[in-house]
Design a protein around this ligand. Structure first.
Ligand code: NOJ
Length: 736
């Protein structure tokens, strides 16, 4: 025990002579003291458990900690439990190396923000950064050093349940939000007890899982990999993310957790990433059923030699690394390199200065559900809810006499969504019912469930119809439950589950002239083509989090003006999937004058266009775009493209508008998307006022990857500045 404390003292004093961020000599000194067993211990991550008494670590794992055979835990929470286990590592293991404690803090820790797909609909990087920063504060107070977030997988298939965890279909928006999450979690100083390390995941291609089925195979060309799936990772790492997680899928015939091309060639060699790479949960072992590794030992060898530093829950590194090194199949240098990366992170987090700095019972009490964190959750829910339809301006509602119907109307569990960390599933989140009651200051709202989320029984319809009959307006809260999206939650049908659509249709039929507001909870774009004909207004709330019900009530009654826009397209029908705005044109683009003819690219039975496109969303304000311009200037020898447009709020309601810049490289050495988002700005414009919005692009931002080389090619580009991705690119310029 004394030895460990001495060691920490020694290492800390070395630190004084070092630059704040260079820990290499401290890491080297420590490495010299370590046996091969100590080193391998650092590469091992196990899961904590949960008992009726609270968080636990099994006796076996406690012994492994004491003997230095575990370097990291996941799923271990609370200031007390994390401190207890840290004590074992620091005071009872030979070298006293502190443990690294990770957790899935995905969209909040205790206070839950909207799901990430919802957050991305805010198109507000500063707000996303704020949510990540607040989540980090709560998690850090409970002893967590590291979050497995952000998930930056571009996702274009709503059947895939994990589309809920990311920022949608677009590369550019995804990059901006990846940077925001990293800044939020890590801040400027990783060693502060309020910041935690971020983890870019899942490397790589996971969002393209075949047919939207989770963990499925991925095949894509190198250009698609580099132009679409890698940029989010690169952006997050450039913003300083210190760790990265491999993915479950196979990519181009090689499992991502043993893929030397993506991990060694691209991540380590090309990008120079020197941070920690962790596998996904048993993803190293899964190389056996993938048919890529013969057994656990072979899997460990393949993964470790691809520079995966830490084995999450697979127990293969602990079992086989020593043997593999003895046999010359792995080298001591490789082991040292991995351990160096792991220890460096522990130093950066300040764990060698004070291993208990994160686990602070007092700070935990003062931080969890703190008012400013709840306020951030409220603002995030307001800005993440997308108004998809508002026929005859039925919203904001003008009457207080409402019937509130649907299986999610009073829900305080699903509202916080999947991957809701330690969020409370009852008694804490504000349901839509509670939000409306508080706002309207009345207790006589009629609330009827009508049906269950996934039911065929129509027993409850009668009560719903009765309540609807008595009311002047009807608010229906329908959707998925939170288990229907997230990991291993693919759906082949993306319609409202059960008989919810039938309930809505029945309510409409009996009330043809009453305003019906449909509020949706879901973790993916749904096929709501039929449902929108039975509602006047549609609010896509995703899973809006702890403060969701309040935000929805405020939006329904116009206390807050909706400002979100979709970060992912809503298909007309699952048959269109994947449907996304930046598709290529085809050699036979559909002829709008003859949409079903001329041997062109179309469906005989449904349109090509999605129901709602990327970037779409309504507000209670209306905006007019004019004066779209481009000024090309050369500054210090570098070309700069200055785009601008004037946006007028033509309504009498102040509001946000999300202004979007789209470009197309018309002819290039490889085919390019029909449209690409290259800039956006969320601007507040007062009623009647006009704002000029500017976008400055460097020439490099018009480039792309072709066959492993990044190129910017001269020639014609089309562009526009518009409220969503449906706009035609009517302007053009020549890049010299
Ligand atoms: C598996 C998931 O794919 C990953 O995203 C998550 O971080 C780990 N499990 C740890 O819970």
């Amino acid at each position: 025990m004394k030895k460990s404390i001495l060691l920490i003292g020694l290492l800390s004093s070395v630190a004084v002579a070092q630059q704040a961020t260079d820990y290499s000599s401290k890491v080297d000194s420590l490495l010299q003291l370590m046996t091969i067993e100590d080193k391998i211990g650092q590469t091992v991550q196990f899961s904590g458990g949960w008992d009726v008494t609270g968080p636990t670590v099994s006796d076996v794992n406690e012994d492994l900690v004491k003997s230095g055979q575990i370097g990291s835990f996941l799923n271990l929470v609370t200031a007390k439990a994390t401190k207890d286990i840290q004590k074992l590592a620091v005071e009872e293991s030979r070298l006293g190396i502190p443990l690294l404690i990770g957790y899935d803090v995905i969209h909040g820790y205790k206070t839950i923000f909207p799901i990430n797909l919802g957050l991305s609909s805010s198109w507000n990087p500063e707000l996303v950064e704020l949510t990540a920063q607040k989540a980090a504060e709560e998690a850090a107070a409970e002893g967590i050093h590291w979050t497995f977030s952000p998930m930056v997988d571009v996702a274009r298939d709503p059947r895939w349940g994990r589309i809920s965890e990311g920022s949608g279909e677009d590369v550019y928006l995804g990059k901006k939000l990846a940077e925001a999450y990293v800044r939020g979690y890590q801040g400027d100083d990783l060693s502060l007890p309020t910041t935690i390390a971020a983890c870019m995941k899942h490397f790589v291609g996971y969002g393209a899982s075949l047919a939207g089925r989770d963990y499925n195979t991925v095949d894509m060309g190198d250009n698609e990999l580099r132009n679409t799936y890698l940029p989010g990772f690169k952006a997050g790492l450039d913003a300083g993310a210190r760790t990265l997680m491999t993915s479950f899928n196979v990519i181009n015939d090689v499992p991502a957790s043993g893929n030397k091309y993506t991990l060694k060639e691209i991540l380590r060699n090309e990008w120079g990433f020197d941070g920690l790479v962790v596998s996904d949960y048993t993803s190293i072992n899964e190389m056996i059923p993938h048919g890529y590794a013969e057994d656990g030992k072979d899997a460990a060898q393949k993964s470790f030699s691809a520079t995966v530093d830490m084995d999450m829950m697979g127990d293969l590194y602990r079992s086989y690394l020593q043997e593999l090194i003895a046999e010359g199949k792995l080298t001591m240098d490789e082991l040292d390199a991995s351990v160096r990366r792991i220890l460096t992170l522990k130093f950066e987090l300040g764990l060698f200065d004070d291993p208990y700095r994160y686990s602070d019972v007092k700070r935990e009490e003062a931080t969890i559900y703190r008012q400013d964190i709840l306020d951030a959750a409220l603002e995030a829910a307001r800005q993440s809810t997308v108004l998809l339809q508002n026929n005859n301006n039925v919203l904001p509602l003008k009457t207080k006499n409402i019937a509130l119907i649907g299986p999610l109307a009073a829900d305080e569990s699903s509202i916080i969504g999947d991957w809701a960390a330690k969020g409370d599933r009852s008694g804490k989140a504000i349901s839509v019912e509670e939000g409306l009651r508080d706002l309207l200051n009345q207790s006589n709202i009629t609330v009827v469930q009508g049906t269950d989320i996934n039911s065929t029984s129509t027993e409850g319809f009668k009560a719903a119809l009765k309540a609807a009959k008595k009311a002047e307006a009807i608010v229906m809260v329908l959707g998925e439950d939170s288990n229907m999206s997230g990991e291993a939650a693919s759906r082949a049908s993306i319609k409202l589950p059960g008989n919810q659509s039938a309930l809505l249709a029945a309510v409409r039929e009996a009330n043809p002239n009453k305003p019906i507001v449909l509020v949706l909870f879901n973790g993916r774009p749904l096929d709501i083509t039929a449902d929108i004909t039975n509602a006047d207004a549609v609010l896509e709330a995703w899973f809006p989090g702890t403060m969701g019900g309040q935000a929805i009530a405020e939006l329904i009654y116009g206390k807050v003006n909706p400002s979100a826009k979709l970060s992912v397209s809503f298909p007309v029908n699952v048959g269109q999937v994947p449907v996304f705005y930046s598709n290529k044109t085809t050699g036979r683009p559909m002829n709008p004058m003859n949409p079903k003819g001329d041997y062109r690219s179309f469906y005989q039975d449904i349109p090509n266009k999605p129901l709602y496109s990327f970037g779409y969303g309504l507000s209670y304000s209306s905006f007019e775009y004019s004066n779209i311009q481009l000024d090309q200037v050369t500054r210090n020898g570098a070309l700069e493209l200055n785009f601008s447009a004037q946006i007028k709020n033509t309504s009498n309601v102040d509001g946000y508008e999300i202004v979007q810049l789209y470009l197309q490289d018309v002819t290039a050495s490889i085919t390019r998307p029909a449209k690409e988002l290259k800039g956006f700005e969320k601007v507040w414009i007062k009623a009647g006022a006009t704002k000029t919005v500017y976008f400055k692009l460097q020439k490099e931002e018009l480039g792309f990857w072709n066959n492993g080389t990044f190129v910017v090619e001269a020639g014609q580009f089309k562009y526009t500045i518009a409220p969503n991705s449906d706009a035609d690119l009517v302007h053009s310029f020549i890049l010299e």
